[in-house]
Design a protein around this ligand. Sequence first.
Ligand SMILES: *[C@@H]1O[C@H](CO)[C@@H](O)[C@H](O)[C@H]1NC(C)=O
Ligand SMILES: *[C@@H]1O[C@H](CO)[C@@H](O)[C@H](O)[C@H]1NC(C)=O
Ligand SMILES: *[C@@H]1O[C@H](CO)[C@@H](O)[C@H](O)[C@H]1NC(C)=O
Ligand SMILES: *[C@@H]1O[C@H](CO)[C@@H](O)[C@H](O)[C@H]1NC(C)=O
Ligand SMILES: *[C@@H]1O[C@H](CO)[C@@H](O)[C@H](O)[C@H]1NC(C)=O
Ligand SMILES: *[C@@H]1O[C@H](CO)[C@@H](O)[C@H](O)[C@H]1NC(C)=O
Length: 315
Amino acid sequence: MHTLLLMVLCAALHCASSDSHQDADIETLMDNVLVLRVPHSPGTRFHVPLICGEAHQNQPVFWKKNGIRLLLPPLEGNQVSVLVEEMDAGNYSCHLSPDGQYLNHTLVLVRLNPDNMSVILEESDSGEGHIQCSGHNYNGSFHCGWTRQPSRSRAAVLLVRAERNSVEIPCELDADGSGVSCQDAKCIFEEERHRISVTVYIHSVSRLEGYTTAFYLRDIVRPEHLPNLSYSEGGLFTWDNPDSWQKPCSFFSLEFEVLVVYHEETCDAADILFKINEIEVNNYTVSVKNKKYVFCVRARDKHTQGPWGDWSHYV
Ligand SMILES: *[C@@H]1O[C@H](CO)[C@@H](O)[C@H](O)[C@H]1NC(C)=O
Ligand SMILES: *[C@@H]1O[C@H](CO)[C@@H](O)[C@H](O)[C@H]1NC(C)=O
Ligand SMILES: *[C@@H]1O[C@H](CO)[C@@H](O)[C@H](O)[C@H]1NC(C)=O
Ligand SMILES: *[C@@H]1O[C@H](CO)[C@@H](O)[C@H](O)[C@H]1NC(C)=O
Ligand SMILES: *[C@@H]1O[C@H](CO)[C@@H](O)[C@H](O)[C@H]1NC(C)=O
Ligand SMILES: *[C@@H]1O[C@H](CO)[C@@H](O)[C@H](O)[C@H]1NC(C)=O
Protein backbone atom coordinates (compact mmCIF):
# COMPACT_ATOMS: atom_id res chain seq x y z
CA MET A 1 0.00 0.00 0.00
CA HIS A 2 2.77 2.40 0.92
CA THR A 3 4.69 1.68 -2.24
CA LEU A 4 1.59 2.34 -4.28
CA LEU A 5 1.06 5.66 -2.57
CA LEU A 6 4.69 6.57 -3.18
CA MET A 7 4.36 5.71 -6.85
CA VAL A 8 1.27 7.85 -7.22
CA LEU A 9 3.02 10.68 -5.43
CA CYS A 10 6.09 10.39 -7.60
CA ALA A 11 3.98 10.39 -10.73
CA ALA A 12 2.14 13.50 -9.51
CA LEU A 13 5.41 15.25 -8.69
CA HIS A 14 6.86 14.30 -12.01
CA CYS A 15 3.91 15.88 -13.80
CA ALA A 16 4.16 19.01 -11.73
CA SER A 17 7.89 19.38 -12.35
CA SER A 18 7.60 19.12 -16.12
CA ASP A 19 5.87 22.48 -16.40
CA SER A 20 6.29 22.69 -20.16
CA HIS A 21 4.06 19.74 -20.93
CA GLN A 22 4.39 19.07 -24.64
CA ASP A 23 1.73 17.43 -26.69
CA ALA A 24 2.75 14.14 -28.18
CA ASP A 25 3.81 14.56 -31.76
CA ILE A 26 2.51 11.39 -33.40
CA GLU A 27 2.95 10.41 -37.03
CA THR A 28 1.61 7.42 -38.91
CA LEU A 29 4.64 6.11 -40.74
CA MET A 30 2.82 3.28 -42.47
CA ASP A 31 -0.07 0.89 -41.83
CA ASN A 32 -0.05 -0.26 -38.19
CA VAL A 33 3.00 1.84 -37.27
CA LEU A 34 2.82 5.00 -35.16
CA VAL A 35 5.88 7.10 -34.51
CA LEU A 36 6.13 9.26 -31.44
CA ARG A 37 8.51 12.19 -31.96
CA VAL A 38 10.08 13.04 -28.62
CA PRO A 39 12.33 15.94 -27.64
CA HIS A 40 15.86 15.30 -26.36
CA SER A 41 15.01 16.15 -22.74
CA PRO A 42 15.21 13.08 -20.48
CA GLY A 43 12.20 11.73 -18.60
CA THR A 44 9.62 12.45 -21.27
CA ARG A 45 6.24 10.72 -20.94
CA PHE A 46 3.47 10.82 -23.47
CA HIS A 47 -0.03 9.46 -23.72
CA VAL A 48 -0.60 7.75 -27.04
CA PRO A 49 -4.19 7.04 -28.11
CA LEU A 50 -4.73 3.65 -29.75
CA ILE A 51 -7.75 2.26 -31.52
CA CYS A 52 -8.34 -1.38 -32.28
CA GLY A 53 -10.70 -0.67 -35.19
CA GLU A 54 -14.05 0.85 -36.05
CA ALA A 55 -15.54 -2.61 -36.40
CA HIS A 56 -14.78 -3.43 -32.77
CA GLN A 57 -16.59 -0.48 -31.18
CA ASN A 58 -19.17 -2.66 -29.46
CA GLN A 59 -17.00 -5.65 -28.71
CA PRO A 60 -14.98 -6.43 -25.60
CA VAL A 61 -11.38 -5.65 -26.52
CA PHE A 62 -8.29 -6.68 -24.54
CA TRP A 63 -4.80 -5.35 -25.22
CA LYS A 64 -1.36 -6.91 -25.03
CA LYS A 65 2.02 -5.25 -25.28
CA ASN A 66 4.68 -7.34 -27.05
CA GLY A 67 2.44 -10.37 -26.61
CA ILE A 68 1.98 -9.90 -22.85
CA ARG A 69 -1.35 -8.91 -21.35
CA LEU A 70 -1.44 -5.51 -19.74
CA LEU A 71 -2.84 -5.82 -16.22
CA LEU A 72 -1.59 -2.84 -14.22
CA PRO A 73 -3.85 -1.16 -15.07
CA PRO A 74 -5.75 -3.54 -17.34
CA LEU A 75 -6.02 -2.13 -20.82
CA GLU A 76 -9.46 -2.79 -22.20
CA GLY A 77 -11.77 -1.22 -24.74
CA ASN A 78 -11.65 -0.33 -28.39
CA GLN A 79 -10.10 3.06 -27.76
CA VAL A 80 -7.37 3.24 -25.16
CA SER A 81 -4.49 5.47 -24.21
CA VAL A 82 -1.07 4.11 -23.31
CA LEU A 83 1.71 5.89 -21.50
CA VAL A 84 5.04 5.81 -23.30
CA GLU A 85 8.03 6.77 -21.19
CA GLU A 86 11.29 7.61 -22.96
CA MET A 87 12.00 4.72 -25.33
CA ASP A 88 9.70 2.22 -23.68
CA ALA A 89 7.16 1.76 -26.47
CA GLY A 90 6.26 -1.55 -28.15
CA ASN A 91 3.88 -3.59 -30.21
CA TYR A 92 0.32 -3.27 -28.92
CA SER A 93 -2.14 -5.89 -30.09
CA CYS A 94 -5.86 -6.09 -29.40
CA HIS A 95 -7.81 -9.31 -28.84
CA LEU A 96 -11.41 -10.43 -28.49
CA SER A 97 -10.93 -11.95 -25.04
CA PRO A 98 -8.08 -11.93 -22.52
CA ASP A 99 -6.36 -14.76 -24.37
CA GLY A 100 -8.48 -14.84 -27.42
CA GLN A 101 -8.56 -14.06 -31.06
CA TYR A 102 -6.15 -11.47 -32.45
CA LEU A 103 -7.94 -8.48 -33.98
CA ASN A 104 -5.35 -5.85 -34.89
CA HIS A 105 -2.10 -4.29 -33.75
CA THR A 106 -0.21 -1.01 -33.65
CA LEU A 107 3.55 -0.86 -33.43
CA VAL A 108 4.50 2.27 -31.46
CA LEU A 109 8.05 3.48 -32.04
CA VAL A 110 9.94 6.42 -30.63
CA ARG A 111 12.04 8.77 -32.70
CA LEU A 112 14.05 11.68 -31.39
CA ASN A 113 13.11 15.13 -32.63
CA PRO A 114 15.44 16.24 -34.13
CA ASP A 115 16.73 12.79 -35.14
CA ASN A 116 20.43 13.63 -34.87
CA MET A 117 22.02 10.97 -32.68
CA SER A 118 22.48 8.01 -35.06
CA VAL A 119 23.04 5.08 -32.75
CA ILE A 120 21.82 2.27 -35.01
CA LEU A 121 23.97 2.58 -38.15
CA GLU A 122 27.70 3.09 -38.43
CA GLU A 123 29.20 5.95 -40.33
CA SER A 124 31.50 4.88 -43.16
CA ASP A 125 35.21 5.58 -42.88
CA SER A 126 35.27 6.98 -46.40
CA GLY A 127 33.08 9.94 -45.51
CA GLU A 128 30.02 8.66 -47.36
CA GLY A 129 27.80 8.93 -44.30
CA HIS A 130 25.60 6.12 -43.01
CA ILE A 131 24.24 4.92 -46.36
CA GLN A 132 26.53 4.15 -49.28
CA CYS A 133 25.07 3.96 -52.77
CA SER A 134 26.61 2.90 -56.05
CA GLY A 135 25.67 1.88 -59.58
CA HIS A 136 27.61 0.14 -62.35
CA ASN A 137 26.22 2.33 -65.15
CA TYR A 138 23.49 4.86 -65.98
CA ASN A 139 20.60 2.47 -66.60
CA GLY A 140 18.98 3.49 -63.29
CA SER A 141 19.84 0.38 -61.26
CA PHE A 142 21.65 1.19 -58.06
CA HIS A 143 22.33 -0.39 -54.72
CA CYS A 144 22.55 1.24 -51.29
CA GLY A 145 24.09 -0.47 -48.30
CA TRP A 146 24.56 0.22 -44.60
CA THR A 147 26.16 -1.35 -41.55
CA ARG A 148 24.52 -1.75 -38.16
CA GLN A 149 26.51 -0.95 -35.04
CA PRO A 150 27.62 -4.23 -33.42
CA SER A 151 25.45 -3.42 -30.38
CA ARG A 152 22.37 -3.00 -32.65
CA SER A 153 22.95 -5.98 -34.90
CA ARG A 154 19.29 -7.02 -34.62
CA ALA A 155 17.88 -3.67 -35.74
CA ALA A 156 15.26 -4.23 -38.42
CA VAL A 157 14.47 -2.14 -41.47
CA LEU A 158 10.86 -1.01 -41.39
CA LEU A 159 10.65 0.97 -44.58
CA VAL A 160 12.81 2.32 -47.40
CA ARG A 161 11.59 5.27 -49.44
CA ALA A 162 13.39 6.29 -52.61
CA GLU A 163 12.28 9.07 -54.92
CA ARG A 164 13.38 11.62 -57.45
CA ASN A 165 11.47 14.86 -57.80
CA SER A 166 8.50 13.32 -55.91
CA VAL A 167 8.36 10.30 -58.20
CA GLU A 168 8.71 7.09 -56.26
CA ILE A 169 11.54 4.72 -57.18
CA PRO A 170 10.88 1.03 -56.50
CA CYS A 171 13.40 -0.73 -54.26
CA GLU A 172 13.78 -4.22 -52.90
CA LEU A 173 15.36 -4.97 -49.53
CA ASP A 174 18.31 -7.38 -49.52
CA ALA A 175 17.68 -10.67 -47.73
CA ASP A 176 20.01 -9.75 -44.86
CA GLY A 177 18.37 -6.34 -44.39
CA SER A 178 21.58 -4.41 -44.87
CA GLY A 179 20.91 -2.94 -48.28
CA VAL A 180 18.40 -2.24 -51.04
CA SER A 181 18.46 -2.57 -54.81
CA CYS A 182 16.51 0.12 -56.63
CA GLN A 183 15.52 0.76 -60.21
CA ASP A 184 15.02 4.33 -61.39
CA ALA A 185 13.17 4.70 -64.69
CA LYS A 186 15.31 7.46 -66.12
CA CYS A 187 16.50 7.61 -69.73
CA ILE A 188 20.24 6.92 -69.69
CA PHE A 189 21.09 9.84 -71.98
CA GLU A 190 19.05 12.36 -70.04
CA GLU A 191 20.75 15.07 -68.00
CA GLU A 192 19.84 14.64 -64.32
CA ARG A 193 18.26 17.74 -62.88
CA HIS A 194 17.00 16.34 -59.58
CA ARG A 195 18.74 14.23 -57.02
CA ILE A 196 17.56 10.80 -55.99
CA SER A 197 16.83 10.66 -52.29
CA VAL A 198 16.80 7.45 -50.27
CA THR A 199 15.47 7.27 -46.71
CA VAL A 200 15.87 4.17 -44.57
CA TYR A 201 13.70 3.76 -41.46
CA ILE A 202 15.27 1.25 -39.11
CA HIS A 203 14.35 0.32 -35.55
CA SER A 204 16.14 -1.30 -32.67
CA VAL A 205 13.51 -2.45 -30.17
CA SER A 206 11.37 0.73 -29.80
CA ARG A 207 13.88 3.23 -31.08
CA LEU A 208 13.34 4.38 -34.64
CA GLU A 209 15.88 6.26 -36.72
CA GLY A 210 15.53 7.64 -40.23
CA TYR A 211 18.61 8.01 -42.42
CA THR A 212 18.51 9.97 -45.67
CA THR A 213 21.02 10.32 -48.47
CA ALA A 214 20.64 12.22 -51.76
CA PHE A 215 22.73 12.00 -54.91
CA TYR A 216 22.84 12.19 -58.68
CA LEU A 217 23.49 8.89 -60.44
CA ARG A 218 26.55 10.47 -62.00
CA ASP A 219 28.05 10.87 -58.53
CA ILE A 220 27.67 7.20 -57.61
CA VAL A 221 28.41 5.36 -60.86
CA ARG A 222 31.54 3.27 -60.36
CA PRO A 223 32.68 1.01 -63.20
CA GLU A 224 32.95 -2.64 -62.25
CA HIS A 225 36.17 -4.61 -62.15
CA LEU A 226 38.03 -4.52 -65.52
CA PRO A 227 37.84 -7.93 -67.24
CA ASN A 228 40.38 -9.76 -69.41
CA LEU A 229 43.43 -8.03 -67.99
CA SER A 230 46.29 -9.77 -69.80
CA TYR A 231 49.97 -9.48 -70.44
CA SER A 232 51.96 -9.99 -73.61
CA GLU A 233 55.60 -9.79 -74.56
CA GLY A 234 57.31 -6.45 -74.24
CA GLY A 235 55.41 -5.38 -71.13
CA LEU A 236 52.10 -4.74 -72.93
CA PHE A 237 49.01 -4.98 -70.71
CA THR A 238 45.51 -4.92 -72.19
CA TRP A 239 42.04 -5.06 -70.67
CA ASP A 240 38.40 -4.72 -71.67
CA ASN A 241 35.64 -2.45 -70.45
CA PRO A 242 33.26 -4.07 -67.94
CA ASP A 243 30.31 -5.79 -69.59
CA SER A 244 27.99 -3.69 -67.45
CA TRP A 245 29.50 -0.40 -68.64
CA GLN A 246 27.18 1.69 -70.75
CA LYS A 247 27.46 1.56 -74.52
CA PRO A 248 28.19 3.19 -76.93
CA CYS A 249 31.76 3.61 -75.72
CA SER A 250 32.16 6.81 -77.71
CA PHE A 251 29.47 8.45 -75.57
CA PHE A 252 30.24 6.79 -72.23
CA SER A 253 34.03 6.92 -72.12
CA LEU A 254 36.18 5.56 -69.36
CA GLU A 255 39.52 6.82 -68.21
CA PHE A 256 42.04 4.56 -66.55
CA GLU A 257 44.66 4.85 -63.90
CA VAL A 258 47.62 2.48 -63.89
CA LEU A 259 49.65 1.73 -60.81
CA VAL A 260 52.74 -0.44 -60.68
CA VAL A 261 53.68 -1.73 -57.24
CA TYR A 262 56.48 -3.95 -55.96
CA HIS A 263 56.20 -7.72 -56.23
CA GLU A 264 53.89 -9.23 -53.57
CA GLU A 265 52.35 -5.84 -52.72
CA THR A 266 48.66 -5.03 -53.09
CA CYS A 267 47.20 -2.21 -55.17
CA ASP A 268 46.65 -0.18 -51.96
CA ALA A 269 50.36 -0.28 -51.13
CA ALA A 270 51.79 2.97 -49.83
CA ASP A 271 55.12 2.35 -51.51
CA ILE A 272 54.71 2.27 -55.31
CA LEU A 273 56.99 2.07 -58.34
CA PHE A 274 54.94 4.53 -60.38
CA LYS A 275 51.47 5.71 -61.30
CA ILE A 276 50.04 6.98 -64.62
CA ASN A 277 46.78 8.97 -64.82
CA GLU A 278 44.34 9.85 -67.55
CA ILE A 279 44.94 6.87 -69.82
CA GLU A 280 42.24 6.80 -72.49
CA VAL A 281 43.03 3.52 -74.26
CA ASN A 282 42.63 -0.03 -72.96
CA ASN A 283 46.34 -0.84 -72.96
CA TYR A 284 49.59 0.26 -71.41
CA THR A 285 53.21 -0.78 -71.89
CA VAL A 286 55.36 -1.05 -68.77
CA SER A 287 59.05 -0.54 -69.45
CA VAL A 288 60.39 -1.74 -66.09
CA LYS A 289 63.08 -4.29 -66.94
CA ASN A 290 64.37 -7.31 -64.99
CA LYS A 291 62.12 -6.72 -62.04
CA LYS A 292 59.06 -8.44 -60.70
CA TYR A 293 56.11 -6.14 -60.13
CA VAL A 294 52.31 -6.08 -59.85
CA PHE A 295 50.29 -4.22 -62.46
CA CYS A 296 47.09 -2.51 -61.21
CA VAL A 297 44.46 -0.68 -63.25
CA ARG A 298 41.11 0.94 -62.42
CA ALA A 299 38.55 3.06 -64.25
CA ARG A 300 36.15 5.95 -63.83
CA ASP A 301 33.80 7.89 -66.08
CA LYS A 302 35.97 10.24 -68.11
CA HIS A 303 33.37 13.00 -68.43
CA THR A 304 31.90 13.13 -64.94
CA GLN A 305 35.15 12.09 -63.18
CA GLY A 306 32.93 10.18 -60.79
CA PRO A 307 34.16 7.62 -58.27
CA TRP A 308 36.89 5.14 -59.22
CA GLY A 309 36.05 1.48 -59.62
CA ASP A 310 37.99 -1.21 -57.80
CA TRP A 311 41.49 -2.17 -58.86
CA SER A 312 42.11 -5.09 -61.18
CA HIS A 313 45.58 -6.52 -60.92
CA TYR A 314 47.97 -8.78 -62.78
CA VAL A 315 50.86 -10.45 -60.97
C1 LIG B 1 -5.84 -1.59 -37.31
O1 LIG B 1 -5.14 -0.57 -36.61
C2 LIG B 1 -4.66 0.47 -37.43
C3 LIG B 1 -3.84 1.42 -36.55
O2 LIG B 1 -2.62 0.79 -36.21
C4 LIG B 1 -5.81 1.19 -38.09
O3 LIG B 1 -5.32 2.19 -38.94
C5 LIG B 1 -6.60 0.17 -38.92
O4 LIG B 1 -7.74 0.80 -39.47
C6 LIG B 1 -7.03 -0.98 -38.05
N1 LIG B 1 -7.60 -2.02 -38.92
C7 LIG B 1 -8.86 -2.43 -38.82
C8 LIG B 1 -9.26 -3.53 -39.75
O5 LIG B 1 -9.64 -1.95 -38.05
C1 LIG C 1 3.40 -6.89 -33.88
O1 LIG C 1 2.45 -7.84 -33.42
C2 LIG C 1 1.67 -8.42 -34.46
C3 LIG C 1 0.63 -9.31 -33.81
O2 LIG C 1 1.20 -10.17 -32.87
C4 LIG C 1 2.59 -9.19 -35.40
O3 LIG C 1 1.82 -9.73 -36.46
C5 LIG C 1 3.62 -8.23 -35.95
O4 LIG C 1 4.54 -8.93 -36.77
C6 LIG C 1 4.37 -7.56 -34.84
N1 LIG C 1 5.27 -6.57 -35.43
C7 LIG C 1 6.55 -6.43 -35.06
C8 LIG C 1 7.37 -5.45 -35.79
O5 LIG C 1 7.03 -7.09 -34.16
C1 LIG D 1 20.62 17.08 -31.31
O1 LIG D 1 19.68 18.09 -31.17
C2 LIG D 1 19.43 18.48 -29.80
C3 LIG D 1 18.28 19.47 -29.78
O2 LIG D 1 18.42 20.44 -30.76
C4 LIG D 1 20.72 19.05 -29.21
O3 LIG D 1 20.52 19.41 -27.88
C5 LIG D 1 21.80 17.99 -29.30
O4 LIG D 1 23.04 18.51 -28.86
C6 LIG D 1 21.97 17.50 -30.72
N1 LIG D 1 22.87 16.36 -30.72
C7 LIG D 1 23.80 16.18 -31.66
C8 LIG D 1 24.65 14.97 -31.50
O5 LIG D 1 23.94 16.93 -32.61
C1 LIG E 1 37.08 -11.29 -72.63
O1 LIG E 1 37.74 -12.02 -73.66
C2 LIG E 1 36.96 -13.02 -74.26
C3 LIG E 1 37.84 -13.78 -75.23
O2 LIG E 1 38.55 -12.91 -76.05
C4 LIG E 1 35.77 -12.38 -74.96
O3 LIG E 1 34.95 -13.36 -75.51
C5 LIG E 1 34.98 -11.58 -73.95
O4 LIG E 1 33.92 -10.89 -74.59
C6 LIG E 1 35.87 -10.58 -73.25
N1 LIG E 1 35.11 -9.94 -72.20
C7 LIG E 1 34.77 -8.65 -72.25
C8 LIG E 1 33.99 -8.12 -71.09
O5 LIG E 1 35.08 -7.92 -73.18
C1 LIG F 1 21.35 -2.22 -65.44
O1 LIG F 1 22.69 -2.70 -65.41
C2 LIG F 1 22.96 -3.63 -64.38
C3 LIG F 1 24.45 -3.95 -64.42
O2 LIG F 1 24.82 -4.49 -65.64
C4 LIG F 1 22.10 -4.88 -64.59
O3 LIG F 1 22.35 -5.79 -63.53
C5 LIG F 1 20.65 -4.47 -64.58
O4 LIG F 1 19.84 -5.57 -64.83
C6 LIG F 1 20.39 -3.39 -65.62
N1 LIG F 1 19.02 -2.93 -65.47
C7 LIG F 1 18.23 -2.70 -66.51
C8 LIG F 1 16.86 -2.25 -66.20
O5 LIG F 1 18.61 -2.85 -67.65
C1 LIG G 1 46.12 0.47 -77.58
O1 LIG G 1 44.73 0.77 -77.78
C2 LIG G 1 44.51 1.70 -78.84
C3 LIG G 1 43.03 2.06 -78.86
O2 LIG G 1 42.25 0.91 -78.85
C4 LIG G 1 44.97 1.11 -80.15
O3 LIG G 1 44.78 2.05 -81.19
C5 LIG G 1 46.47 0.73 -80.02
O4 LIG G 1 46.90 0.08 -81.19
C6 LIG G 1 46.69 -0.15 -78.82
N1 LIG G 1 48.11 -0.36 -78.65
C7 LIG G 1 48.67 -1.56 -78.60
C8 LIG G 1 50.14 -1.60 -78.43
O5 LIG G 1 47.99 -2.58 -78.69
